[in-house]
Design a protein around this ligand. Structure first.
Ligand code: ADE
Length: 852
């Protein structure tokens, strides 16, 4: 090699070493640019390759290997690396940087000069002994390496050598290490650097889960499923998973962890809540400041404790401020008339910070006299005192009290309570009032008679012993079972001086007494009278039951007959059916997109007619539990995210192969809607030539659309890869399938707008199915779609002239596209109109359209 050539090599070498960024998903097994000592590579024969080591400005060695026997025929020069340990690698990459002179630039070498060299490798479980003879046949060939660019032209017209970079995949490597070997067959090469590395997915943190460093699978299209473990102080929600792809990239994050109680997410980790804040539930929420009247003094508080004198009721959420019992009710007053006593008060000035305030009335009767005439102390009030609405738990600020005794002194305590009353050592919040009632009238009712008695009733009547002081309002009859000794009593009111008391037990003695109520209040009770109900007669009871059963059966049957006759006569059944049909028709016409179906097929419902597109997804697509989905490999990349293949394993159902479209993270709401739109369209179709929707995952991340898997992928690339391999009958069979699918769509009233071979998927039996639904996706995702003069984005070559010119898309324009697909199929995936530009195509259409 000339000295000028060598100079160029070093120039580039230095530049390239200094600019190598290095990547985190590569593990370097060998890099000749970083080896400080001798490389100790072997050459066979010894005078073939030349090892040159020079020093750079920092006194670091630069190892170069050169060979340039371009004038001599039959060259076979080998350069072999040292033994390279494979470590965790299953498949390694070799990056070569070299210059290669083009033979035209060297005079008199035609016939002997070459422009390629060969890369080989040999796997072994350890370094070979130095004495091992070099046998080229032991080495497996990786590839023949040629230069991309041998020379480049400078501004001055000089030609300078350019550094080439070539990367080759070597493997699978199954033994502990390997050698690389470079075979020169007569080229002029300078091998400037050799880097050997393997790819791995670096350890990473995602969704609060840690994923270990992972080496991709040997099969470069398979993904390695890796389960993450939650970071400290986090707990699992859905199992966190990532998939390690062949290029060392993490794909398709599933599941997540959330910070435990007392911790919040910060920079990908869970940090303890600071004093003065707390977090009561695990989740991705932040720590909250302690609510009013509470505090936390330690880190990682799960609750803030109430300050002294403040409390939390059992049902109070931890986010609520601590509260205290209310102060006493204010301005308690009493009012009394002849029959009722009223208490009224105002709410306490301090509610304790709560809204659940209620009042209890505590009653004491004080200062009466006993039988010996001595004044009694206070004692609990009579149990038959009647409080309206009730004595305890009053929500209003007043109460009425009935049935009080005359000439008695009552003290009422009105207690204000709230949810935290009674907690701690707090005093009761009471307001008091004392009321003295009027003199009770004498007993007006004398003798109470039994008029008749049955098993369950007794009829009573009575007369007044003397003229009442004022008009009698009504009578109160109080009674109880004698044997129960007043444990529980009942009462009834009547305006007449007689009553039939019902609901009694047979053969039972009852005690009755009666008092009158006048405008001046109650009189005293009459003396007690005892009466017995009639004995039970078993025969009569049985007959009664039979009668009830017969009446019920006859009645029920008659009702049935009458109802049936009524419905038949009035034609109600028909009416119902008609009404249902009408509403169904209404629904159809509302949603129908302009095409009347000519079979009994359902009509397509445009998801955009839903106010909330999520509703459309819920109606037309099944939600799949993401744990049923097992992602196996990435098969493509769509506009919204990766497309993967995998298995759908629904318990109790056969496993099926599926394609999974994912929506990558960080999407906007509109993108989510556009993405799921396709599912709400696809979910409405059920035809063997339309791609079948299995379901969607919307309740967890990532959002996915799961469809049946089509083994042969898109029809256009499938045909191109199998050029000339099918019979005409097979090709026509494919077209027939597409026609069946498209007929179905047009009967449903759905216009596809982007029918093209690239949007047809082919299964393992060559069945073709129409896919790619959703107009917005046509616009965004289809690389064939170009902007028209009117601003629309349209796949020009496949689109009917009226659709291009006026945007008039219809089943008829789909038929036009079908014609283009026919041409694509029969030509094995040729590009319609070959290289004619979209513009020219549009002009041709304009002409045709004008003629039509
Ligand atoms: N690419 C996109 N969807 C597919 C499917 N359903 N089957 C195979 N490959 C696909």
């Amino acid at each position: 090699m000339s000295s000028r050539g060598k100079y160029c090599v070093f120039l580039f070498l230095l530049k390239s070493i200094l600019s190598d960024p290095g990547t985190s998903n590569q593990v370097v097994l060998l890099d000749t640019t970083t080896v400080l000592g001798e490389l100790d590579w072997k050459t066979y024969p010894v005078n073939g390759w030349d090892a040159i080591t020079e020093m750079d400005e920092q006194n670091r060695p630069i190892h170069t290997f050169q060979v340039c026997h371009v004038m001599e025929p039959n060259q076979n020069n080998w350069l072999r690396s040292g033994w390279i340990q494979r470590q965790a690698a299953q498949r390694v990459y070799v990056e070569l940087r070299f210059t290669l002179r083009d033979c035209n630039s060297i005079p008199w070498v035609s016939g002997t000069c070459k422009e390629t060299f060969n890369l080989f490798y040999l796997q072994t479980d350890g370094p070979l002994p130095d004495s091992t003879r070099f046998r080229p046949t032991d080495y497996a060939k990786v590839d023949t390496i040629a230069a991309d660019e041998s020379f480049t032209q400078t501004d001055l017209g000089d030609r300078v050598l350019r550094l080439n970079t070539e990367v080759r995949e070597v493997g699978p490597i199954t033994q502990k290490g390997f050698y690389l070997a470079f075979q020169d067959v007569g080229a002029c090469i300078a091998l400037v650097s050799v880097k050997v590395f393997y790819k791995r997915c670096p350890s990473t943190l995602r969704n609060l889960a840690a994923f270990p460093e992972t080496v991709p699978q040997m099969d470069s299209s398979s993904l390695v499923e890796v389960r993450g473990s939650c970071v400290e102080n986090a707990e699992e929600r859905d199992t966190p998973k990532l998939y390690c792809g062949a290029d060392g990239d993490w794909l398709v994050p599933l599941g997540r962890c959330v910070c435990s109680i007392g911790h919040e997410e910060m920079d990908g980790y869970c940090q303890a809540c600071k004093p003065g804040s707390f977090k009561a539930y695990a989740g991705n929420t932040k720590c909250s400041k302690c609510p009013l009247h509470s505090s936390s003094h330690d880190q990682a508080a799960t609750i803030c404790h109430c300050d002294k004198g403040f409390y939390r009721a059992l049902k109070d959420p931890t986010t609520m401020a601590c509260t205290r019992p209310p102060s006493a009710p204010r301005n308690l007053v009493s009012l009394i008339n002849d029959t009722a006593l009223f208490l009224q008060w105002m709410p306490p000035s301090d509610t304790g910070g709560r809204k659940d305030i209620t009042y209890n009335i505590l009653c004491q009767r004080c200062g009466g006299s006993d039988s010996s005439g001595a004044v009694t102390q206070c004692e609990p009030c009579e149990p038959d005192l009647h409080f309206i609405p009730r004595p305890l738990g009053i929500t209003g600020t007043s109460v009425a009290i009935l049935d009080f005794a005359m000439l008695a002194s009552y003290t009422f305590h009105v207690e204000a309570v709230n949810g935290v009353s009674g907690l701690g050592m707090t005093a009761r919040s009471l307001a008091n009032v004392t009321v003295t009632t009027h003199q009770a009238g004498p007993a007006l009712v004398g003798v109470v008679r039994k008029d008749w008695a049955s098993q369950n009733s007794i009829a009573l009547s009575w007369s007044e012993v003397e003229k009442p002081p004022s008009d009698i309002v009504d009578y109160e009859v109080k009674y109880y079972e004698k044997e129960q000794e007043q444990l529980s009593y009942s009462s009834t009111r009547t305006k007449a001086p007689s009553v039939v008391v019902t609901g009694l037990r047979p053969s039972t003695v009852y005690v009755f007494h009666v008092r009158a109520r006048t405008a001046a209040g109650y009189t005293a009770y009459s003396p007690n009278f005892e009466f017995t109900t009639a004995a039970e007669d078993p025969d009569i009871a049985d007959q009664g039951q039979v009668l009830v059963v017969v009446t019920a059966s006859v009645g029920g049957f008659s009702l049935l007959v009458i109802l049936t006759l009524f419905l038949l006569i009035t034609g109600r059944c028909q009416g119902y059916i008609k009404a249902r049909m009408k509403s169904e028709e209404k629904r159809r016409t509302r949603f129908h997109s302009g095409h009347v179906p000519f079979s009994g097929i359902k009509t397509y419902v445009d998801p955009d007619t839903y106010e909330d597109p999520t509703q459309a997804v819920e109606e037309f697509a099944k939600e799949i539990n993401p744990s049923y989905i097992c992602i196996e490999r990435v098969i493509g990349a769509g506009e919204f995210g990766e497309v993967c293949s995998g298995r759908l394993r629904v318990p109790g159902r056969m496993d099926i192969s599926v394609a999974i479209k994912t929506l990558k993270g960080g999407y906007m709401d509109q993108q989510r809607r556009d993405f799921l739109r396709e599912a709400s369209i696809m979910g409405q179709f059920n035809n063997p030539n339309i791609i079948r929707l299995e379901g969607v995952v919307t309740k967890s991340r990532p959002i996915m659309i799961v469809v049946e898997y089509m083994e042969n992928g898109a029809l256009d690339s499938f045909l191109r890869a199998r050029d000339g391999q099918f019979t005409v009958l097979q090709l026509v069979g494919m077209l027939r399938g597409i026609a069946v699918g498209m007929t179905y769509l047009s009967e449903m009233g759905y216009v596809h707008r982007d029918l093209a071979a690239r949007n047809i998927l082919v299964d393992e039996s060559l069945v073709c199915k129409v896919s790619d639904f959703g107009m917005s996706r046509v616009l965004e995702d289809d690389t064939e779609a170009a902007y028209t003069a009117t601003g629309g984005k349209i796949p020009i070559r496949w689109t009917a002239p009226e659709a291009i010119a006026y945007g008039k898309f219809s089943s008829a324009s789909d038929v036009w596209s079908y014609g283009i697909v026919m041409w694509e199929v029969m030509s094995y995936g040729e590009r319609p109109y070959w290289e004619m530009s979209n513009q020219d195509k549009a002009i041709v259409y304009q002409h045709q359209w004008a003629v039509l």
